[in-house]
Design a protein around this ligand. Structure first.
Ligand code: SF4
Length: 405
């Protein structure tokens, strides 16, 4: 039976020129020799996908990584054609590709646009060359500027810049300069992430031995507040805890304005994750979520290629999401959206009203000034946005971890 809503597809490209000092993603340097066999395996996995029997409609495709822009545009086209062959790609589907500014040039961006990529997400991370060097990034701020200029010339009208704040040694005025420099490039969307120190990364080790200063959470909170203010003043809509979209031109709408128009520059693919919609992931370590079951692929690209080439499944595991987890996940992901979540949406999706299960948690969080709720919906307050993790922990199924710190 076809799904009630169009699917999103995620395509993982696990290759990078060099590992960044803070990176804990499923990405690898030194595996360039695998590019061709990996792309061939990806195309096979997509063509043979049996998660759903029919040619279900797809309205978003997201190439994430790793560094998808390391692939030649012909390979991206081959993967997109495999998606078009297996699924029904709807007109005006959003097709995003993550790009590292150190791996693109005018020609490759033009070829990617021609291939059907219509949203470019540039991993800028900072507009300060010293910070970029400390993070182990392979590019400079100048290359971010060039990549944005080349992207516009190639035809991209939907661009995102990723930035990281809360870096070791970073102060609020420096963050303001990075934000201002990013805004000068007129992106349509900004994703701002607070640095998370992952164990076993080179940056965590440098901090542990005192070679690099500790990140300061209070300073990071000030940076977040600054971003909220500055981006509001610049005409951006804060729609998810870490994401801002340029406000749509509502004058151009009439009653028939499409859902895509109404979402403006919001990332339609990532909205699927936050609103519990189905998606299928392809490639090493990619996750899928269809009909209440989460599955994940083998994460090592060599094992992934061997499995697909050998005609077996690349899936490493499947986890059915029970009703308790589904409700917890709906709360945690839905509260990431600034507009929050509507009780009615959760009732129609999961057949339960979160207020029946979480009444004590909701009243306590409300009393603490972290959420605001009414008969229609619940959302984080401005203070709750700063302390999101303290809210989310209340909904985790494991009650042992639920007391507020
Ligand atoms: S480019 Fe991205 S995925 Fe690759 S190492 Fe750096 S942070 Fe990790």
């Amino acid at each position: 039976m076809p799904l009630p809503v169009p699917l999103g597809l995620y395509v993982h490209i696990p290759f990078c020129v060099r590992k960044c000092a803070y990176c804990d993603f499923n990405s690898y340097s030194g595996l360039g020799y695998l590019h061709d066999s990996y792309v061939a395996a990806l195309c096979h996995e997509i063509e043979r996908c049996s998660t759903l029997p029919g040619r279900d409609p797809v309205d978003t495709i997201y190439f994430g990584g790793g560094t998808p822009s390391l692939l030649p545009p012909e390979s991206v086209l081959a993967i997109l054609n495999a998606c078009r062959g297996r699924f029904e790609l709807v007109p005006q589907a959003e097709v995003t590709l993550e790009a590292n500014p150190g791996t693109v040039e005018a020609e490759s961006l033009a070829a990617l646009f021609q291939a059907g990529v219509n949203r470019l997400s540039l991993g800028a991370q900072s507009m300060n060359d010293q910070e970029l060097a400390r993070l182990g990034r392979i590019h400079t701020a100048g290359q971010v500027r060039e990549a944005m200029r080349d992207a516009r010339q190639a035809g991209f009208t939907n661009t995102n810049l990723d930035l990281i704040y809360g870096l070791p040694g970073q102060r609020v005025p420096g963050w303001r300069r990075t934000l201002k420099a990013a805004l000068e490039l007129e992106p349509d969307h900004l994703s701002l992430y607070c640095l998370t120190l992952e164990d076993h990364t080179p940056l965590a080790r440098q901090i542990l031995r005192g070679a690099v200063p500790q990140p300061e959470p209070d300073v990071a909170a000030e940076m977040y507040e600054l971003a909220r203010e500055l981006l509001r003043a610049e005409g951006f809509e804060h729609y998810e805890l870490s994401n801002w979209a340029r406000l749509p031109d509502t004058n151009a709408w009439d009653d028939r304005a499409s859902q895509a128009q109404r979402q403006g520059s919001r990332c339609r693919h990532n909205l699927k994750y936050w609103t519990g919609q189905p998606y299928i992931g392809f490639g090493a370590g990619a996750h899928s979520f269809v009909s209440g079951v989460r599955t994940y692929n083998l994460s090592d690209p060599r094992q992934y290629i061997a499995a697909v080439d050998g005609g077996t499944t690349a899936m490493e595991g499947a986890v059915p999401i029970d009703s308790v987890e589904a409700l917890a996940e709906a709360m945690i992901l839905g509260l990431r959206l600034v507009e929050g979540l509507r009780w009615q949406d959760i009732r129609s999706r999961l057949g339960r009203d979160p207020r029946d299960k979480y009444a004590p948690e909701l009243s306590e969080l409300q009393a603490l000034g972290l959420i605001t709720l009414d008969d229609t919906s619940v959302r984080l307050t401005a203070r709750g946005q700063l302390l999101g993790n303290q809210v989310f922990v209340r909904f985790l199924p494991d009650s042992a971890s639920r007391s507020l710190a």
